[in-house]
Ligand binder design. Structure first.
Ligand SMILES: NC(=O)c1ccc[n+]([C@@H]2O[C@H](COP(=O)([O-])OP(=O)(O)OC[C@H]3O[C@@H](n4cnc5c(N)ncnc54)[C@H](O)[C@@H]3O)[C@@H](O)[C@H]2O)c1
Ligand SMILES: O=C(O)[C@H]1O[C@H](OP(=O)(O)OP(=O)(O)OC[C@H]2O[C@@H](n3ccc(=O)[nH]c3=O)[C@H](O)[C@@H]2O)[C@H](O)[C@@H](O)[C@@H]1O
Length: 345
């Protein structure tokens, strides 16, 4: 019987999980673990694929529509016998035979998710419904990459998983935050109604190599701007905070959550909290001390503060982040220099 720890309470579902494929019970032939990663051509997804492929018992299938992701992120695996790449939009059903589903497909940068908000909400709602339907048919365990944005502009700080959030349901960010909130609801409804084995990660701002250079998110913007010698665009007031997690820590947390016994939701993020002015000062100091910082207009509903309470991740997954911002930024700088063709002076 699956155990759900939501909002601090222990809840159970009376439904047993659907049976996995008969291949799992095969006496003489032990097949590999077949893992679907939706959104696997994106930033976090491609790092997750790298880690999963390290295990020779894993076969990995990526389904991605390349809206914000790229085949380039996966080029070292294309042609590998344990790897398959499918151009597929998760708003359409997908028929594959797998044991685990990491469901990441969704644009994550505010610029991209606001570009076509109706498509963003369809991706979150219909896309998650399709992946849950797949999980139900094949008896797979499914992990959703939800977000700290489900807390909206939080009135509690730091944010524990028990906090229900402060989200504008009709704002320009709602396609993403409310979309992810509905995706979490669907996950728990399939769990309670059909016994599906679910895992929910609430990811806090993650950064690292392979982020799109013109992704629009703050860390990639500042690094690209510093390298190009452009002024760093701090959106007003600049006192808003975020907590930045390096991508290798994130991938480790996601795999522990998938492999563990807890449904979540579990916050995965680095509690080191910085104002955007502090972040700009750090990038300036590490990458280009003579670059200017330019205060620019902000966008609506920007959360004023965000920091994960990671007590649950520590206790239930034995996870905590290892990479500090000052150590992670130079690793990302190196990758951006290579891609932009700007060598260190
Ligand atoms: N990076 C972060 O800070 C962060 C924070 C919270 C949550 N998340 C979540 O983690 C996941 C990955 O984020 P990321 O930072 O790697 O973003 P990303 O934009 O680099 O990756 C998203 C991937 O999903 C694909 N995609 C988008 N819509 C799709 C669709 N309809 N069908 C198939 N593929 C589709 C994109 O092409 C891309 O490859 C997302 O679900 C995001 O909401 C990320
Ligand atoms: O971690 C999360 O849960 C979410 O974080 C992000 O949302 P946001 O934190 O707003 O991401 P950014 O666009 O990187 O903005 C962070 C802060 O930097 C500021 N910013 C952004 C860009 C810029 O050039 N300058 C700047 O000061 C923004 O105003 C904001 O306060 C994205 O929505 C998602 O990737 C993710 O789900």
């Amino acid at each position: 019987m699956a155990t759900a720890s939501s909002n601090g309470e222990q809840k159970t579902t009376s439904k047993p999980p659907p049976l996995p494929s008969p291949l799992r019970f095969s006496k003489f032939y032990q097949s590999n673990m077949r893992i679907l990663v939706t959104g696997g051509a994106g930033f976090i997804g491609s790092h997750l694929v790298d880690k999963l492929m390290e295990n020779e018992k894993n076969e990995v299938i990526v389904a991605d529509n390349y809206f914000t992701g790229s085949k380039d992120n996966l080029k070292k695996w294309i042609g590998h016998p344990r790897f398959e790449l499918i151009r597929h939009d998760v708003t359409q059903p997908l028929l594959v035979e797998v044991d685990q589903i990491y469901h990441l497909a969704c644009p994550a940068s505010p610029i991209f998710y606001k570009y076509n908000p109706v498509k963003t909400i369809k991706t979150n709602v219909i896309g998650t419904l399709n992946m849950l339907g797949l999980a139900k048919r094949v008896g797979a365990r499914i992990l959703l990459t939800s977000t700290s944005e489900v807390y909206g502009d939080p009135l509690i700080h730091p944010q524990p998983e028990t906090y229900w959030g402060n989200v504008n349901p009709i704002g320009v960010r709602s396609c993403y935050d409310e979309g992810k909130r509905v995706a979490e609801t669907l996950m728990f409804d399939y769990h309670r109604q059909h016994g599906i084995e679910i895992r929910i990660a609430r990811i806090f701002n993650t950064y690292g190599p392979r982020m799109n250079i013109d992704d629009g998110r703050v860390v990639s913007n500042f690094i690209a701007q510093a390298l190009r010698g452009e002024s760093l665009t701090v959106q007003k007031p600049g006192t808003q905070t975020r907590s930045f997690c390096y991508v290798s820590d994130m991938v480790d947390g996601l795999i522990r959550l998938m492999e563990g016994e807890h449904t979540g939701p579990i916050n995965i993020g680095n509690p080191g909290e910085f104002t955007m002015v502090e972040l700009a000062e750090t990038v300036k100091e590490l990458i280009k001390p003579d670059v200017e910082i330019n205060m620019v207009e902000n966008t609506p509903d920007d959360p004023r503060q965000r920091k994960p309470d990671i007590t649950k991740a520590k206790e239930l997954l034995g996870w905590e982040p290892k990479v500090k911002l000052r150590d992670g930024l130079p690793l990302m700088e190196e990758d951006f220099r290579l891609r932009l063709g700007i060598s260190k002076e």
